[in-house]
Write a protein that binds this ligand. Sequence first.
Ligand code: ZN
Ligand code: ZN
Length: 53
Amino acid sequence: MIKCPKCKTENPSEMKFCGNCGTKMKQADVVCSKCKTKNKAGSKFCGNCGNKL
Ligand SMILES: [Zn+2]
Ligand SMILES: [Zn+2]
């Protein structure tokens, strides 16, 4: 879940716009639990080590 920066509504992390106020959501980076590499939001596997995110 990610919080809307404007209205603080919790939205599913894959949402690109807030379901409450329509603000464009800032997609948080996904940090690999294995090698701590930052991957683009929505990535399913780590670009560095192939670990499932
Ligand atoms: Zn909002
Ligand atoms: Zn990794």
